[in-house]
Design a protein. Structure first.
Lengths: 216, 163, 291, 665
């Protein structure tokens, strides 16, 4: 096996070779698949989606039909593949789960009945929990702002949402063509529509929070 | 009875095609296991009548094993499924009567699983040893009467012969 | 029989007219709707996208309320709310551990017998004949592209009131109301939904494609049954026009508005005047498109 | 009863751990034992002679041999018994080697166990009954069901061996799917050119009786002795008068009311038709559902033109009963239909591909017809919708197959190959066309198969894209095919003129019905099950019923033909003797105590149990009991354990024998 260990191995390194043969020539980022089994990520995905990632046989039908495929940095099926292989960082860092609109096209068409939309939810949740640097941070900010409204009022207060989101992103001007329109048409209430029993809502947030979302 | 010296008697009903052949393979491979278990060869585990099992307990067996082919491997397609179903029911019955479940065991051993055969025999022997001799049936037998058609007579005569 | 009504957040603000038209139409059809008392947000995309426990708890809180109010059937007109509610219900019915977990969060038992339906199903419950019987106006100038969006008929293993790939229920309702419907390709394509505020570029693009396909196939009105779809298709058309000057503006109506029109209600009563793209009933008779 | 005990040392194999002389000694004192001895090699010639001499000398009635496993030498000792005049079923073996000496170390323990094993065998042999092998007569005639290439090959092989064959085909002509194919992989030879001569050979073979447009409606009996009822549907043509001139078809005014199913609905056929010009037999059929005569008694054009007076509107279905000895089932397959199925079906259909809405989205067989020189376009590749030559064509593999969400988890095995063939044929015919294949894996395991696929890619420049297609829809006359190349990780959209779906091979809808008629098992899809997937691949579990071709699972022509010849030779082996000999280990019902509950009938895996009427002297039925057909029973004993009244006994393993062993434990 000596032939494998040569000086140029670093450059030529294929990603599917056995680690113990080449330990001294491997790049820092270990590219040996199926090795990072100590992670709880597959387990967490299984708990959350009730499905094992090994179900997916990488046919690509999900990516083929995904309406937002063109805005993603990695194809949806490849996110599943990365998790199957144990390349978690690469999967969690990707913009794909955040761009995913949760439209369920992939889930209904998957030949293996793998719920990819649910899988994407799980990946996002794990990324937040693990404090991964999210590529689409504005989307995360939006979700936070949205949930804050609900936490506060029990229902969505659209002006509050837009306001909070704009404050968070410092993007103050971009929705000008719609918001004033909405006011003029009398569609946006100036005051929030509140749930009476807001205590129960707060309780739900408190119990499920675990510092997951807001302290990010 | 001296508990140290006591050795259990175990009857095993095994099918001709898989488990009996598996037992032969254990022999060919010289895998050792305790000698307490005696095999009774039947054509299919599906033909193992619950009465056989009761009878074995009545005749002084301390444990019984039923073993046949793996599901879908049955020489007769489905016999072992019937066996399985019957056995599930029978197990519940034993449980209900208060007989330890471990006294009756069931397994699937194929013709190529010599090692598994030896393991199963070792395990059941160990299990039965730790349970001790089986006396319950004889007590029970006075309360329940199990009907063995046309047989009681001849079986008694065997017993006489053996004594 | 009375049905419970879960309006959902949009119904109180940006989709006011959906709420308005829905209430009016069903009242006129003699079908009582009882609003769920103290309902709260279903959690929408943001909750299930980031915290599944929260998302289940928020959705199922409303089911608990429905149970307490004795509601057995409840309509959720927003496709997203509807999807959230039935998905959470399905999840706890399949997985007891998830049910226990959520019941603990809510400190309440979750009833198993509250059936959530969408607006299309509700129309079918009443019966399409009822719609035809109550027709007061001829809608034959309308060539409707029925837009289901992504969430209304998916996923099918939970809900199979209609086909998940080639649904027809909305067309049947629209035709019962006297409109003509067209066959087109984008009736299930996603409009970008929750990306409406953050990734307007995506929404603009996806919505534009949907509208273009409807127009290409001869539609002069798009019909929806979801506030999110409506916002993206209706409100974003001005931006489309700015970006693509050749863009043809096409009005987007809620299915309830369409039925309301057929039943003789007028544009103002139904809140159609609140839309961005104008809809002028009279002009439809002349089959002109409103630019 | 006088019993002899013979303990074998097996060289040292047994005697190393079992004290053989002691065992023989102890056993001599058991009741019933007349003679007991031990010897170095019992199975050797001197050993067998020893047994024979002892039997004769001591007038023994039964013997117990303590030796190796019965699977090893039971037959040897039974033969020795026969030569000594003892019934072979009065021989029992105690397994002292595999299950004793080889698995225990302690001499005392092993010796003790050996004694107990011999004692058990002794108790059993005392209760053994003499048995004789069962003999069954064999009717040397075979029924072949299905006239595709499988049925044709099997029929010819059996007939050429000199036995009579009845070939039943449900369509008006034999030929099956192979007759529809254009050219065949991997050699690209013309399907009809190689098939038609064989079809004619079948027709002319003196040993083959052909029933087309017929179905098997009932099968009774068992191996060697089946009775089959065949329904010959009314063609409304008197077979032996028709000359196949075709005038009737030409003149029939009803031309466009029914699709031609041979042309996969790409063309029409008249009310009186043969499926295709080379049909065998070349005799037409009248389709009553569209023929004017059956509507209002008018027309009769065909009668007018037929100078042979072959047309008979009043002809009725006829039934035939035939005695046969074996059956070969060769009913083939059909293709998965992407159209939505009724809610009861396991197959879900492809809404995302338009549920069969688009006329230029076709399946593999339709493409075969379009590419066939005898097909509706005379072999020119044209779109069904407008007859234009497609310049961009997309092939999609694994449609239906390997798609659990659509009801099928298996791979159809042949579509990788025929797709490569289709793409090649297309490129050969449309030189400036572009061909795309969407695939998941290429499964081309076969002689010259991989090379064939590579040729499509390398020589014919077919573009293979790895990934499943998500959706097809029509836009401005083009079919938009949305896919993803999972290797490049890039979305791929093709605006095709025509799309060909490599749909899965599935069993015929009526396959389970036929299986129940014959009494053979099938899987959840309706494919027939083989007795053993590796070692008995062409036999069903029902004795005397063999399988060939795609009715068992998807297969191509080479596999189908090998299977057909294998099934034929199995049947020929069966016919090579006049009588069948079977082990006498079968179950029998004690009719006096049978309660007629028929639980046994439910559990018998082979359907060996029937209902028998017991009549009094006046011939009036007064009770029903179970009856076990000895020709069918395989002796599993499942029924014996099921019978609550203990009315069934399995010969050689009856309760008494087993109880005796238990008691001797
Ligand atoms: C598109 C396509 C292309 C192919 N190309 C090739 C190729 O190039 N090379 C190759 O090797 N293979 C090819 N094949 C595979 C080939 O068609 C099959 O292997 C072969 O036809 C199987 O033959 P069969 O006799 O088992 O079944 P079939 O051809 O299906 O014949 C079965 C016959 O039984 C009859 N039948 C069915 N039910 C009954 C009943 N109940 N009673 C009486 N009769 C009945 C049917 O009418 C039919 O005539 C192709 C298949 C397809 C779908
Ligand atoms: C690693 C591996 C794993 C496999 N696993 C499976 C599996 O799981 N399932 C499965 O179905 N198949 C499996 N196979 C395939 C299987 O082994 C073959 O299909 C099968 O053994 C072929 O049998 P054969 O009799 O044709 O050939 P062989 O087994 O090769 O037998 C040929 C015999 O002919 C003898 N011979 C050769 N030349 C001469 C001569 N000139 N004169 C006299 N004798 C000669 C040879 O000594 C040999 O005994 C596997 C194969 C391999 C390599
Ligand atoms: S469609 Fe399903 S099986 Fe195919 S790649 Fe996507 S998730 Fe995997
Ligand atoms: S759910 Fe997400 S990944 Fe799946 S198709 Fe929709 S947007 Fe794409
Ligand atoms: S039925 Fe008469 S006309 Fe028709 S093919 Fe036969 S002989 Fe010719
Ligand atoms: S009678 Fe029927 S079959 Fe004959 S020519 Fe007329 S329509 Fe055709
Ligand atoms: S043979 Fe090829 S195309 Fe057919 S199902 Fe198998 S992998 Fe798919
Ligand atoms: S050569 Fe063997 S391993 Fe490779 S594709 Fe063929 S069957 Fe598979
Ligand atoms: S189970 Fe026993 S009693 Fe019942 S029908 Fe069969 S043989 Fe007769
Ligand atoms: S022994 Fe087995 S095969 Fe024979 S009749 Fe009984 S159940 Fe059927």
């Amino acid at each position: 096996m000596g032939a494998y260990v040569n000086k140029d191995a670093k450059k030529l390194q294929p990603s599917f070779v056995s680690a113990n043969l080449l330990t001294d020539t491997l790049p820092e980022n270990n590219h040996t698949p199926f090795q990072k089994n100590n992670s709880d990520i597959p387990e967490e995905i299984r708990n959350r989606t009730f499905q094992d990632v090994s179900l997916c046989y990488q046919c690509g039908k999900c990516s083929a039909g995904c309406p937002v495929r063109y805005y993603m940095d990695i194809a949806p099926n490849k996110i599943v593949r990365l998790i199957q292989l144990g390349f978690y960082d690469e999967a969690l860092k990707s913009s794909t789960p955040w761009i995913c609109a949760g439209c369920l096209t992939c889930s209904v068409r998957c030949p293996k009945e793998f719920n990819l939309a649910g899988f994407m939810d799980a990946v996002r949740e794990i990324a937040v929990k693990k404090k991964v640097k999210v590529k689409e941070k504005d989307i995360l900010k939006f979700h936070k702002a949205f949930l804050n409204q609900i936490k506060r009022y029990g229902r969505l207060y659209e002006i509050g949402l837009v306001g909070e989101y704009k404050m968070k992103t410092l993007d103050l001007l971009s929705d000008v063509e719609t918001a004033p329109g909405l006011f003029l048409k009398g569609k946006l209430g100036l005051l929030p529509d509140k749930v009476k029993d807001r205590k129960s809502i707060k309780k739900i947030f408190k119990k499920t929070d675990k510092k997951k979302i807001n302290k990010h | 009875m001296d508990k140290e010296k006591w050795e259990p008697k175990i009857a095993a009903f095994v099918c001709n095609w898989c488990t009996y052949t598996g037992a032969d393979l254990a022999g060919t491979s010289r895998i050792k296991y305790p000698s307490n278990t005696k095999l009774i060869r039947v054509m299919c585990s599906g033909s193992v009548d619950p009465v056989f099992i009761l009878k074995a307990f009545e005749r002084g067996a301390d444990g019984v094993l039923v073993s046949g082919c793996h599901p879908n491997d049955c020489h007769y397609n489905a016999g072992n499924f019937h066996a399985r179903r019957r056995w599930d029911f029978f197990h519940k019955l034993l449980d209900f009567i208060g007989i330890e479940k471990e006294r009756l065991q069931f397994s699937w051993i194929s013709a190529s699983e010599g090692k598994k055969f030896a393991d199963v025999i070792s395990k059941i022997t160990k299990d039965i040893k730790s349970l001790g001799p089986f006396k319950a049936y004889k007590q029970m037998n006075s309360e329940f009467t199990v009907n063995f058609p046309e047989y009681n007579e001849s079986s008694n005569s065997i017993n006489k012969e053996l004594q | 029989m009375n049905y419970g009504y879960f309006p959902g957040c949009s119904q109180t603000s940006s989709a006011k007219e959906y709420d308005l038209s829905l209430r009016k139409v069903f009242e006129k059809l003699g079908f009582g709707l009882e609003e769920l008392c103290d309902w709260s947000c279903c959690g929408a995309t943001s909750a299930h996208a980031t915290n599944h426990k929260l998302s289940n708890a928020l959705a199922l809180r409303n089911i608990v309320l429905a149970g307490k109010q004795g509601i057995k059937n409840m309509v959720a007109p927003c496709a997203a709310c509807y999807n959230r509610l039935i998905t959470s219900q399905h999840e706890i019915s399949m997985h007891p551990e998830r049910k226990n977990e959520t019941e603990e969060l809510l400190s309440e038992k979750i009833p198993a017998d509250v059936k959530v339906i969408n607006v299309l199903e509700l129309f079918f419950k009443i019966g399409l004949a009822k719609i035809s019987e109550n027709r007061k106006r001829d809608l034959n100038g309308i060539k409707a592209a029925c837009y289901y969006g992504c969430l209304l008929v998916r996923p099918m293993n939970i809900n199979n009131f209609d086909d998940a790939e080639q649904p027809t229920s909305m067309e049947m309702i629209a035709e019962a109301a006297g409109a003509t419907t067209i066959d087109w390709n984008y009736k299930l394509e996603c409009c970008g939904a929750a990306h409406s505020i953050v990734r307007k570029d995506i929404v603009l693009n996806l919505s534009k494609k949907i509208i273009d396909d409807a127009v290409l196939n001869g539609a002069n009105v798009i019909i929806t049954a979801c506030p999110m779809c409506h916002t993206n298709l209706d409100m974003r058309q001005r931006a489309m026009k700015r970006k693509y000057p050749e863009h043809l503006m096409i009005p987007v109506l809620y299915i309830t508005e369409l039925v309301g029109l057929a039943m003789g209600m007028n544009v103002k009563d139904l809140g159609i005047d609140l839309h961005y793209v104008n809809f002028n009933y009279d002009e439809y008779i002349a089959e002109k498109l409103i630019a | 009863m006088k019993i002899g005990v013979f303990i074998c040392h097996c060289g040292e194999n047994i005697s190393r751990t079992v004290d053989c002389p002691k065992v023989a000694e102890v056993c001599r004192n058991f009741p019933g034992v007349e003679y007991s001895t031990n010897y170095k090699y019992m199975c050797s010639d001197p050993g067998q002679k020893l047994i024979k001499d002892a039997v004769l000398e001591n007038k023994l009635d039964a013997i117990v041999v303590g030796s190796c496993s019965p699977h090893m030498h039971e037959r040897t000792f039974r033969n020795a018994a026969i030569s000594a005049g003892i019934n072979p079923f009065l021989v029992e073996i105690a397994n002292l080697r595999e299950q004793c000496s080889w698995v225990h170390d302690d001499v005392e323990e092993a010796t003790q166990k050996a004694i107990e094993l011999v004692r058990m065998a002794l108790e059993k042999v005392k209760r053994d009954k003499p048995l004789t092998k069962i003999k069954v007569n064999v009717t040397k005639r075979i029924l072949v069901i299905g006239g595709g290439i499988a049925g044709i090959q099997a029929a010819l092989d059996v007939a050429n061996a000199g036995y009579e064959v009845i070939l039943v085909e449900k369509e008006p002509s034999i030929g099956g799917h192979m007759s529809q194919l254009s050219e065949t992989f991997p050699t690209l030879d013309c399907s009809q050119c190689i098939l038609t001569p064989r079809m004619v050979e079948v027709y002319q073979h003196p040993k083959i009786k052909l029933f087309t447009y017929s179905e098997v409606v009932k099968v009774e009996g068992f191996i060697g002795n089946f009775k089959a009822t065949i329904k010959k549907k009314a063609r409304h043509i008197i077979d032996d008068r028709c000359s196949g001139c075709g005038l009737c078809m030409e003149n029939c005014p009803i031309k466009k009311k029914a699709y031609n199913s041979f042309e996969e609905n790409l063309a029409f056929r008249p009310a009186i038709y043969t499926p295709f010009p080379q049909a065998v037999p070349n005799i037409p059929v009248i389709d009553e559902t569209i023929c004017t005569h059956y509507k209002n008694g008018k027309c009769g054009m065909c009668v007018k033109v037929c100078d042979r007076e072959a047309i008979d509107f009043d002809q009725e279905d006829t039934m035939f009963v035939a005695d046969i000895g074996a059956i070969i089932v060769a009913t083939g397959f059909k293709l998965y239909n992407i159209e939505k199925k009724s809610s009861g079906s396991i197959y879900k259909g492809y809404g995302e591909y338009g549920y069969g809405k688009y006329r230029d989205v076709i399946d593999g067989l339709q493409f075969e017809r379009i590419a066939s020189a005898s097909g509706p376009t005379s072999g020119e590749i044209k779109r069904p919708s407008d007859g234009k030559v497609p310049k961009k064509i997309v092939f999609i593999q694994c449609v239906g197959s390997r798609d659990e969400s659509k009801g099928i988890s298996y791979c159809s095995k042949i579509c990788c190959m025929y797709t490569a063939k289709h793409a090649m044929l297309y490129k050969h015919k449309v030189h400036d066309g572009e061909a795309y294949v969407f695939y998941m894996d290429i499964r081309a395991g076969g002689k010259m198969y991989e090379e064939f696929v590579r040729r499509a890619i390398e020589e014919d420049n077919v573009k293979y894209i790895r990934g499943r297609v998500s959706r097809i829809y029509e836009e401005k006359g083009k079919y938009i095919v949305k896919g993803e190349d999972t290797i490049a990780g890039m979305p791929v959209v093709v605006d095709a003129d025509m799309v060909v779906l490599a749909s899965a091979m599935i069993p015929h809808d009526n396959a389970p019905l036929l299986a129940r008629t014959i009494g053979i098992p099938y899987d959840k899809y309706g494919f027939y099950n083989e007795a053993h997937p590796k070692l008995r691949p062409v036999e069903s579990t029902t004795s005397g019923v063999f399988l060939a071709g795609a009715c068992q699972s998807p297969r191509d022509i080479p596999d189908t033909v090998s299977m057909a010849s294998a099934a034929a030779s199995k049947a020929i082996i069966l016919f090579s003797s006049d009588q069948l000999e079977r082990e006498p280990v079968v179950a029998k019902v004690n009719e006096d105590i049978c309660q007629g509950c028929f639980y046994c009938k439910k559990v018998c895996p082979f359907g060996a149990i029937e209902v028998k009427d017991i009549k009094d002297i006046n011939g009036i039925v007064f009770k029903e009991v179970a009856y076990i057909n000895q020709g069918v029973c395989k002796g599993c004993g499942t029924c014996t354990a099921t019978c609550l009244s203990k009315s069934i006994e399995l010969a050689g393993f009856n309760n008494e024998e087993i109880f005796a062993q238990i008691a001797a434990l």
